[in-house]
Design a protein around this ligand. Structure first.
Ligand code: DGY
Length: 324
């Protein structure tokens, strides 16, 4: 039987690449360089499946092919706002993602960011490594207590709920939730959480606000200058969702004028470029290079989840993670 042809757009964990190579007629991206729109167009004309990830811009330009050979975009990652779903659907392409398997690790990283920014961990490490630490004193690098504070979670899907679990049971935090659809009462009760119907209601109540909604047009710049002004003057914003959810220039202004306590970001609108105004914020901004799912365990599980989706698809079954 002829094996389906599959193109992988970036390097993946070795065990997953090996499994792909044994199951499919696979082309791996050994150079690990992101594909250009032209290379993506060539791939869509040639391969039965393309396995993209967050660094691939699969918009109208990349999908501008007269006739696509590709029948499935099996995305490596849970977020898929980098894919123009309508155009892909128009070409008859199915789209799958990799939920669940990265929720724990992304939630762990959210807590890392929350603690880093509140307890000034980045500043402290930079000072120490620069040989500028003069020793302990009562007023040195005094931060903000995290335990017992109120955490607002925007987007209460799998990752948002894992953050709530850690914050509530680990740090005794009170949880306030905004989600576009009503959250099951039983799920809210698990974390003693309260759901509010407006983002504007959540923001002034919280000491920490953590974003866990999908990216895309509906949430683009959800956190803008007006909403940043609704936050408490000492509150912190955490973003492990998508860069475009935050107006980065407005956030940089809030940080520069100290109208909020600080922010911690793992994602950026134009990755890997950092908005020049954000780059200037050192004291009250922590930034990490999109590490949410970056553990050996999660990255391998994401790859095997793509394999599950591919197998279902080519066996003629509905892939478990089909999103379009
Ligand atoms: C995702 O899965 O969408 C992350 O941003 C990358 O792990």
């Amino acid at each position: 039987m002829v094996k389906p042809s599959v193109l992988v757009t970036r390097r993946w964990p070795a065990a997953v690449e090996q499994q792909l190579a044994s199951d499919y007629e696979v082309v791996l991206n050994r150079s690990d360089k992101p594909l250009s729109p032209r290379e993506l167009r060539e791939a869509f004309a040639k391969y039965d499946a393309v396995l993209p990830t967050v660094t691939d811009r699969i918009g109208a330009e990349a999908l501008d092919v007269p006739q696509a050979q590709t029948r499935i975009l099996a995305n490596y990652g849970v977020g898929y706002s980098h894919i123009d779903v309508e155009t892909a659907r128009h070409h008859g392409m199915a789209i799958t993602n990799t939920p669940d398997v990265l929720s724990d690790c992304t939630a762990d990283l959210t807590m890392t960011l929350m603690l880093m920014v509140a307890r000034r961990a980045g500043e402290g490490e930079r000072e120490l490594r620069a040989g500028q630490w003069d020793g302990w004193c009562p007023t040195h690098l005094v931060g903000t207590k995290v335990s017992g504070k109120t955490l607002g979670i925007i987007g209460f899907g799998r990752i948002g709920q894992e953050v709530a679990r850690r914050a509530h049971f680990g740090f005794g935090m009170k949880i306030v939730v905004f989600n576009r659809s009503p959250v099951d009462a039983e799920v809210l009760a698990r974390f003693d959480a309260v759901q509010v119907s407006e983002v504007d209601t959540l923001l002034p109540e919280c000491d920490f606000v953590s974003l866990h909604c999908p990216g895309g047009v509906e949430t683009r710049r959800l956190i803008n200058a007006r909403r940043l002004d609704l936050m408490k003057p000492d509150a912190f914003l955490i973003n492990t969702a998508r860069g475009e959810v935050v107006d980065e220039a407005a956030l940089a202004q809030s940080l520069m004028f100290e109208t909020i306590g600080g922010a911690a970001l793992d994602v950026f609108e134009r990755e890997p470029a950092i908005h020049p105004m954000l780059a200037q914020c050192t004291r009250n901004l922590v930034m990490l290079p999109h590490l949410g799912s970056a553990t050996r365990e999660a990255r391998a599980a994401m790859g095997f989840r793509v394999l599950d989706n591919l197998r279902d698809f080519f066996d003629g079954n509905e892939p478990r993670d089909r999103v379009a």
